[in-house]
Design a protein around this ligand. Structure first.
Ligand code: CP
Ligand code: NVA
Length: 265
């Protein structure tokens, strides 16, 4: 928990535009606050502001914003949009979530595991639910850091095969897990499938019995927002082994490290 907040001037005079085509609490607030604490200025551009790909082509947005700002952060639907932004921008582009992945979240998740377990290497993370953007980011992490990632998804909702192939995986049992995690069953852009997914995902929710099976040392993690009573019970979110709020706080710390790295520190 942050006891004291103060700004440092490492990013003085720097600015960051933040394009959000989807809703957000954590990503927007952690980036905006974090960059302010580093001495920089962040500008929020909501879905109605620039209407990327509709009012203006993505490649034009990239080539204009990079003339004003030192960093561009974007939360978009199609993953191709973030690739196009990066391709046409002369300043770094940070992925604040796409339909394909959510890398800033998994950086915060790794930091949270380090804080609570000591290291990511060798830990066993068991994900239960939809093989979605969060899973792709866990798999990306598993392809660069050796840890065990087990993903239990209903048939038809598995993650991208190429991502799975690239990642190192081990084990197929949840017994002895260090971390059990989940995410919503209907992500942003899929909310009209919520009812159908609710039926398809029966048996893939995280509850107290599952955590008991995982073992006494297992933590529960969730990127939030969580739908209590759907993919996870209220009891699990509120339990002492739940670390979802330190995990949310770590979005800001992990992203500040990313920003400083991108600015050359
Ligand atoms: N975890 C996460 O990205 O939350 P928001 O959608 O609120 O940004
Ligand atoms: N999978 C979720 C993550 C939200 C942070 C979504 O894309 O909506």
């Amino acid at each position: 928990m942050i006891q004291e907040r103060g700004t440092i001037n490492l990013s003085k005079g720097k600015s960051m535009s933040m394009i959000f085509a989807k809703p957000s609490m954590r990503t927007r607030v952690s980036f905006e606050t974090g960059f302010f604490l580093l001495g920089g200025h962040a500008l929020y551009l909501g879905p109605d502001d620039i209407q990327m790909g509709k009012r203006e082509e993505t490649r034009d947005v990239a080539r204009v914003l990079c003339r004003y700002n030192d960093i561009i952060t974007a939360r978009v639907f199609a993953h191709q949009d973030i690739l196009d932004l990066a391709n046409y921008s002369s300043v770094p582009v940070v992925n604040g979530l796409t339909d394909h992945n959510h890398p800033c979240q998994v950086m915060a998740d790794a930091l949270t595991i380090i804080e609570h377990i000591g290291q990511v290497e060798g830990t066993k993370v068991v994900y239960v639910g939809d093989g979605n953007n969060m899973v792709h980011s866990w798999l990306e992490l598993a392809s660069v850091i050796p840890f065990h990632f087990v993903c239990a998804c209903p048939k038809g909702f598995e993650p991208d095969k190429a991502r799975v192939l690239k990642a190192e995986q081990a084990g197929l049992t949840i017994i002895g897990a260090d971390v059990v995690c989940s995410d919503v069953w209907a992500s942003m852009g899929q909310k009209d499938e919520a009812e159908y997914r609710l039926k398809a995902f029966q048996g893939f929710h995280v509850d107290e019995a599952l955590l008991k099976l995982a073992g006494p040392k297992a933590y529960f993690m969730h990127c939030l927002p969580a739908e209590r009573g759907v993919e996870v019970t209220n009891g699990v979110v509120e339990a002492p082994y739940s670390i979802v709020f330190p995990q949310a706080e770590n979005r800001m710390h992990a992203q500040n490290a990313i920003i400083l790295h991108l600015l050359g520190f």
